[in-house]
Design a protein around this ligand. Structure first.
Ligand code: UDP
Ligand code: MG
Length: 327
């Protein structure tokens, strides 16, 4: 397995003081009842000899196939090694990850899919990378066992995301990742933003690297995502790029756009006014209507920016993220 050092250099020290566990493994579960016992067994088999204090946090995202009953059985069998939560309905993978991370006590948090496509054997190597000082270690399914209809669009999408986000990794959407607790807990994951976690962490100033992880074909159940994810993914990218630059000051974006439109409108109208003053003739021209429209739209866009500013102001969002703390 190889690893690629990226930008945002890792901090050399291991000053992690969060939680009383070494490792929390967060697993989002949506109709995966057959896979669950195999997964838990595989995780236990890998981690037990490692002499690590670990917990596996299952978040049942509104399954309807009895996944939670399966988790109850596993809880009886594995006791304290398992925490399980169940959503009232299907809220999506991002929500499940977010809830699991919230409940995690580990100094290192691993996320992995429940469908046995991710192999827990890679966990020790991921943890080793975190101990080297990296904040986020992303899995790369270099050899992938999924249909071409999924791998090809994914390749294109990954390239675009790498270029636009500045994070040079190959596999953003890989569910298999490791985080220093502080990094995972300071990213807000909602909607379908789980695909952009490495970018979100990187933008917060955390260091991101990747390692190649093994990938298996799905044995049980079926994939929860179809073609629709491409569209949603693109929309999310636009949102994120916008939020990254303009969350703190929406008017910087809308203000400029609105101002440009107003200036164009005023320029054209000024031209006609001067013409009228010189020749004394005035006719309604198509360009005049365009200029008028431009000015009206410009004012509206600036107003939208101002409303954005009001929302930002009333939300009082943090303008910083703390990486380490010593209280
Ligand atoms: N998942 C979830 N909620 C959803 C959809 C999926 O918790 O609404 C979980 C699912 O159970 C699995 C992981 O997210 O553990 C990845 O889903 P899937 O394997 O269907 O995605 P793919 O591997 O096809 O990208
Ligand atoms: Mg899968």
């Amino acid at each position: 397995m190889t690893s690629l050092p990226l930008t945002n250099k890792p901090f050399p020290e291991k000053s992690i003081t969060v939680g009383n566990m070494d490792l929390s493994i967060v697993v989002p579960v949506y109709n995966e009842n057959e896979s669950l016992p195999h997964l838990m067994e595989a995780i236990d088999k890998t981690l037990e000899p490692q002499n690590l204090r670990f917990e596996v946090i299952f978040v049942d995202d509104g399954s309807t196939d009895g996944s939670f009953n399966e988790l109850k059985k596993l809880k009886e069998q594995f006791g304290k090694k398992i925490k399980a939560y169940r959503f009232s309905r299907n809220f999506g993978k991002s929500a499940a990850l977010s809830a699991g991370i919230q409940e995690a006590d580990g100094q290192v948090i691993i996320t992995m899919d429940a469908d046995l496509q991710d192999d827990p054997v890679a966990i020790p190597e991921m943890v080793a990378k975190i101990n080297e000082g990296w904040d986020v270690v992303s899995g790369w399914k270099k050899i992938r066992h999924d249909p071409l209809s999924k791998t090809l669009p994914s390749k294109v999408w990954n390239r675009i995301t790498a270029i636009t986000s500045g994070v040079k990794i190959h596999d953003f959407n890989c569910g298999f990742k490791a985080y220093r607790s502080q990094a995972a807990k300071s990213i807000h994951i909602y909607g379908e933003r789980h695909r952009y976690l490495p970018a979100l962490a990187y933008w917060e100033g955390f260091s991101v690297t990747e390692i190649v992880v093994p990938h298996h074909p799905r044995k049980f159940g079926k994939s929860k995502y179809g073609f629709g994810r491409m569209f949603n993914g693109i929309m999310d990218m636009i949102t994120l790029l916008f939020l990254k630059r303009y969350l703190k000051s929406p008017l910087h974006f809308f203000g400029l756009l609105g101002l440009v439109l107003i200036l164009i409108g005023m320029g054209v109208m000024g031209h006609f006014t001067i013409q009228w003053a010189i020749t004394g003739m005035m006719r309604v021209r198509p360009l005049m209507i365009l200029a008028l429209g431009s000015m009206i739209v410009g004012v509206q866009i600036i107003s939208i920016g101002l409303i954005g500013e009001m929302i930002t102001h009333s939300q009082q969002t943090h303008s910083y993220t703390i990486r380490d703390r010593m209280d």
